[in-house]
Design a binder for this molecule. Structure first.
Ligand code: HEM
Ligand code: HEM
Length: 244
């Protein structure tokens, strides 16, 4: 007999899988090469800087990885906006009033005031929070990073105070975004009891039917046509046709 834990449903396209890998790799390189500059006085930073060939090589790696990161974010935004505008993708990462009521309902569920958790769609409120923190953080890092990289050019258009402002923004946002990913995202993707030892969906593209039922019941209903009469019709913001 078919076990629903073995039944797989396509959640992410190959494009999303590659995009997440590029994000993961560039982010780790930027954090390592950036934070070792911020905490240059630590022994571990000095060991890392020497291993990479000195401060000039470290900055070189930071800058050219930053260009890949910049391209990734730009392509992501262009694909998302044009998908929603021209291809009529569902804007599934947009925050709605339901996210706030879902969060409140889940708190009630956890303290025993409700007998079932909120029924979420393609992305729940925690995933949307992470997504927007990373996207907004990336835009701040790119803008401030470009000012630090090309200070003379930037001050042809902007007041000189922009340089120390960019420095403070870049340095502190780096720590914030790193902590959010290291604590919140890694908890949700690895240590959360629902997915432990690893949520493999963004690497394989597939999620179990069991998890779709408990975590994304509204998307599953739409995919299977139980609410619209259309089967396999969810085209998310990531542009994949999620097939049942
Ligand atoms: C998530 C992405 C990024 C992280 C975590 C990050 C982190 C950092 C950190 C912690 C520093 C040291 C700041 C200090 O000394 O207090 C730094 C410096 C710098 N970053 Fe980034 N950064 C990121 C993306 C970028 C991007 C996209 C660019 C350029 C487009 C960039 C360009 C620079 C520049 C020019 C510096 C000044 C030091 C140098 O010349 O290498 N960074 N970064
Ligand atoms: C060990 C490392 C990582 C693992 C295991 C992991 C795992 C995952 C998984 C399973 C998802 C899909 C969640 C869903 O079902 O929607 C996801 C989404 C995402 N990941 Fe990662 N990830 C890792 C590292 C990173 C890093 C370094 C970043 C960089 C900033 C990142 C940013 C994102 C974003 C923005 C999303 C979409 C929002 C969401 O669904 O949570 N991830 N990741």
């Amino acid at each position: 007999m078919n076990d629903i834990r073995d039944e797989k449903i396509r959640r992410f396209s190959n494009y999303r899988i590659i995009e997440h890998w590029v994000l993961l790799i560039t982010f780790i390189i930027l954090v390592l090469t950036g934070l070792s500059q911020k905490f240059y006085y630590l022994a571990v930073s000095q060991w890392f800087i020497l291993r990479i060939g000195g401060i000039d090589s470290l900055r070189y790696v930071h800058h050219y990885t930053a260009l890949v990161f910049l391209s990734l974010v730009t392509v992501h935004v262009i694909v998302a906006v044009s998908g929603i505008v021209f291809k009529k993708w569902r804007p599934s990462m947009v925050i709605t009033g339901k996210d706030f009521t879902d969060a409140a309902d889940n708190i009630k569920y956890y303290i025993g005031m409700k007998d079932h958790p909120a029924a979420c769609d393609r992305y729940n409120y925690k995933q949307k929070f992470e997504y927007w923190v990373v996207l907004m953080g990336a835009i701040v890092m790119i803008a401030s990073g470009l000012v630090l990289w090309f200070p003379v050019f930037a001050t042809q258009f902007l007041p000189g105070e922009i340089i120390p402002v960019a420095k403070v923004l870049h340095s502190n946002e780096a720590l914030l975004i790193f902590l959010i990913i290291a604590i919140w995202h890694i908890y949700n993707a690895i240590f959360s009891p629902e997915v432990f030892p690893l949520d493999t969906s963004i690497f394989t593209g597939y999620i179990s039917r069991e998890r779709m039922i408990s975590e994304h019941p509204l998307e599953l209903e739409r995919m299977e046509g139980t609410d619209t009469g259309e089967r396999g019709a969810d085209i998310g913001v990531d542009g994949i046709e999620a097939k049942s």
